[in-house]
Every structure is written in structure tokens, then in C-alpha cells.
Ligand binder design. Structure first.
Ligand SMILES: Cc1ncc(COP(=O)(O)O)c(C=O)c1O
Length: 461
């Protein structure tokens, strides 16, 4: 283990790192990044990497987008802050709201801003509760999410998240949040089950849950079009239309969590369009500002807005809002980001390079370590297995995912291990040659790891 730099030691002694084994971190220390340009970042030792994860699925326009830097600088000079409580406002708020409404995959009436994806989903829960109270349906409050869904880490959002690590020892989930099946055909299909039969079973299980709970108590369903942090799980075709039909039958509000899939990632402006989802509302964050400044948002339809107006008539103030709701710098950067997506036809660009990404990903299916390589648009993953036939996982002690992640870093590409799934999610501005560089590095890394696996007999462990 190389000795830790002074900067690393300062970090260890001062900062709590999210999603990190805090004990192991005291020995391994951080990878400190110092600067970025285009799709590249450099660490404190001057090593250059392709950021193959766009940070955390978010820096869509890469690391040196001058128009965003200029916009933030100008806004800071002109009006670095105003809140929008009690009727105050600034022009950037309506500017970004108009742009978001114009592209939203449903008939959006208004936008409620916040600072992150977690806050967006927290707001969704509160709004659904508020709405059903306004409509005189006080029992209709439960929210159905999915096993392996990821919706953030605040108390309500972490409850929606369907991953054990986000619940264990945090006393979560809260009451009233249920988790239905994860549409992972590769892992969870029954022997001989076709995709069509599988998705029919998913929808039937959801309906059974709703009936058992009593449909009058179920308010909303939330789903990411592609599950990201749960392991890049791409639903089979037909899954969402079948789920949607069940929800419509019981008057259940559909929230599409577009925090990763939004703004071009899957080859359409929203993942909802790629997967035939007709949401009632979307949550967005991350690529809303290309992650240059924190901002999230929820769009709502006219029905919900009218119900909120009725509440104001009845009880007065809408009692919700953050100091940083529609922060002017964040709103200005988000408006500029949406303008760039439009004027540079970012969706068209994703569509033009995605076939290369999907083709290079598919090739990884031939590698002995890869059980399944999957991709849609510019998001994908490989799932590492001991044996392709049985899909048996490696012993968790072998930490195969993190091992492959580190090997990729040695070859100059940052990817992200989620257990033994390794995720790919490059900035949307990648060119075909960059995609080749990413996959060339990943292939070399997999070959390096395969040599160790064979030499150390890790398949027999
Ligand atoms: C689909 C989805 N929803 C919500 C969140 C939470 O967003 P944040 O980390 O900005 O709170 C994430 C974060 O990765 C996400 O992927």
C-alpha cells in the first residue's frame, strides 16, 4: 500500500465520505481529483482518466463547458441570491421552468424546484400526500417503489430506495412505503420463462400487492426508467406498459424518477419516452445543470396544481420550500444547460454514438468474466460472474466489482462498481473514438483481472 499524501491524510481526518466503507477508507484514503476538461479528469498525482461515469451519472456536458461557467459567473455578479418565498422571484426561475415544461414527457403545469434528486423525490411524496388530502382521500397515501430502485437518501427518499444498505440501521423504510419486484429478467426470470411471461408476472404481482393493501390506500408508484444505482437494470420491452395499465386501473399516480435517465441519456430526452411510460410527474436533477451546480425539480400536472390552489384557499400558505428553491445561480445554469441540449441537439448526438456504445458493450459478453453486458443509449453495465451458464456470483470477499473498477482506473478510465456490476455512463458529449478508448481500457482491465482469477483459482473459492 503506497504511503498516503498529506492531502489524503487531511481528508481522512476531516471528511465523512458517502457510500464508502469508513473503516477501510482509513487505510486506502481518497482518490483526489484536481481538474477536468472535456470528458477527462486528472488526479492529484497528475494521472489522466476518462470519466466513464460522468461523475455520478451527471456531468452530461463534460468538465469545461464555458457557456455554463460564464452563465454562473454572470449570475453571481448580477444577483447571487434571492429566495422565492412569499411571492419573491427572479427571472431565471420562470426561464428554466418554461424550458422544462416544454420538454417534459407529460402535460406539466408547474415546476417545484429543489437542490437534489433526493429532495425531488421527497417533494414527490409530500405532494402526493398533500394532493390526496386536498381531494378528500386521506386514506390514499401508500407509495409503491421497487426492490433495487434508487431514489435518494433523505428519510422519505431512502425509504423509496429499495436497497438494504440504505435501510439497515437507519430504521428505514418509513411506514407506508412498499417495494414490488425488480424487473431483472437476467437474474429473476423463472426457468423457461419468456420476457413476455416475466413482465406479465411482474404486473400481476404488482396488482396482487395493490389489492392486498386495498387500492383505496395506494397513492403512487415511483420508478426509474432504467434502474441506475441498483445495478443498471434495463427493463424488458413491455414491462412498463403492463405496469402502467395496472396503475391506471386503480387510479395510482405514476412518478417517473428521471434523475439519471433524463436529458438524453437513453437516446430520447427522457427515459419515459424510451420505455413507453406515461408519467403523471417526473423528478429531475443531475444533468438538469450538467451537475455544475446543485439543482433538482419536480413537474406537476394541472390537476395537482388546482388541488394545491384549493388547499391555499382553505389553509393559506403552501408550507414547503427550501432556502435554495430555484437558487438563481442554479436556475441560470440549468436554463443554459437546457438551451445547450436543444441548440446542440444532444439527443441527436446520443443517438448517433449510442450504436457504437451498445455494440462495444455487447462484445464484452464474450469475455469469460462477464455474465451479461447490457446497454441502452449511453448507459450500461457488465455483470461479473464465476460461470456464464449458472450465473454464479463470485465470493463477495473477492470484491470482484471493485477489483475491475481499480483495474479500469489503472488503464485510465473511471467506472463504478455496484457490487459485482460495473457501470458505464460517460458524459453525453463522448465521441465514437472516446467510446472505443473506454471499452479498450475495460477489455484490458478485464483481461488483467481474468489472469489473476485463473492464477489464484478464484473460480473455485
Ligand atoms: C434515479 C435517482 N434518483 C434520485 C437520486 C438521488 O439524487 P441525489 O444524489 O442528487 O440526492 C439518484 C442519485 O443517484 C438517482 O440515481
Amino acid at each position: 500500500m503506497p504511503s498516503l499524501s498529506n492531502a489524503a491524510v487531511r481528508d481522512i481526518e476531516t471528511v465523512i465520505h458517502p457510500y464508502t466503507n469508513l473503516d477501510a477508507f482509513r487505510t486506502s484514503g481518497p482518490m483526489i481529483l484536481e481538474r477536468g476538461e472535456g470528458i477527462h479528469v486528472w488526479d492529484a498525482d497528475g494521472r489522466k482518466y476518462i470519466e466513464g461515469m460522468a461523475g455520478l451519472w451527471c456531468t452530461s456536458l463534460g468538465y469545461s463547458e464555458q457557456e455554463l461557467i460564464d452563465t454562473a459567473t454572470e449570475q453571481m455578479k448580477q444577483l447571487p441570491f434571492t429566495h422565492i418565498f412569499g411571492g419573491k422571484s427572479h427571472e431565471r426561475a420562470a426561464e428554466v421552468a418554461e424550458k422544462l415544461k416544454a420538454i417534459a414527457p407529460h402535460k406539466a403545469s408547474k415546476v417545484l424546484f429543489c437542490g437534489s434528486g433526493s429532495e425531488a423525490n421527497d417533494q414527490q411524496v409530500k405532494l402526493v400526500w398533500y394532493y390526496n388530502n386536498a381531494l378528500g382521500r386521506p386514506k390514499k397515501k401508500k407509495i409503491i417503489s421497487r426492490i433495487k430502485g434508487y431514489h435518494g437518501v433523505t428519510v422519505a427518499s431512502a425509504s423509496l430506495t429499495g436497497l438494504p444498505n440504505n435501510h439497515r440501521d437507519f430504521d428505514l423504510p418509513i411506514a407506508g412505503v412498499l417495494h414490488t419486484d425488480c424487473p431483472n429478467y437476467y437474474r429473476d426470470a423463472q426457468p423457461g420463462e419468456t420476457e413476455d411471461e416475466f413482465t406479465t408476472r411482474m404486473a400481476a404481482n404488482l396488482e396482487k400487492m395493490i389489492i392486498e393493501e386495498d387500492p383505496d390506500t395506494v397513492a403512487a408508484f415511483i420508478a426509474e426508467p432504467i434502474m441506475g444505482a441498483g445495478g443498471v437494470i434495463i427493463p424488458p420491452e413491455g414491462y412498463f406498459p403492463k405496469i402502467q395499465a395496472v396503475l391506471s386501473k386503480y387510479d395510482i399516480y405514476f412518478i417517473a424518477d428521471e434523475v439519471i435517465c433524463g436529458f438524453g441519456r437513453t437516446g430520447n430526452m427522457f427515459g419515459s419516452q424510451t420505455f413507453g411510460i406515461k408519467p403523471d410527474s417526473i423528478s429531475v436533477a443531475k444533468a438538469l445543470s450538467s451537475a455544475y451546480v446543485p439543482i433538482g425539480a419536480v413537474t406537476i400536472g394541472e390537476d395537482m396544481y388546482q388541488a394545491m390552489i384549493d388547499e391555499s384557499k382553505k389553509i393559506g400558505t403552501f408550507g414547503h420550500g427550501f432556502t435554495y428553491t430555484a437558487h438563481p445561480v442554479a436556475a441560470a445554469v440549468a436554463a443554459k444547460t437546457l438551451e445547450i441540449y436543444e441548440k446542440r441537439n444532444i439527443v441527436g448526438h446520443v443517438r448517433s454514438v449510442a450504436p457504437r456504445f451498445e455494440e462495444r458493450m455487447a462484445k464484452l459478453n464474450d469475455h469469460p468474466l462477464v455474465g451479461q453486458a447490457r446497454a441502452k443509449g449511453l448507459i450500461g453495465a457488465i455483470e461479473l460472474v464465476v460461470d456464464k451458464e449458472t450465473k454464479r456470483n463470485f465470493d463477495p470477499k473477492a470484491a470482484m466489482g471493485p477489483t475491475v473498477q481499480r483495474a479500469c482506473e489503472k488503464h485510465g478510465v473511471i467506472l463504478r462498481a455496484i457490487g459485482d456490476v460495473v457501470a458505464f455512463c460517460p458524459p453525453l458529449i463522448v465521441k465514437e473514438a472516446d467510446i472505443d478508448d473506454i471499452f479498450d481500457a475495460a477489455e484490458k482491465a478485464l483481461n488483467d483481472v481474468e489472469q489473476v482469477v485463473a492464477k489464484d483459482g478464484l473460480r473455485n473459492a
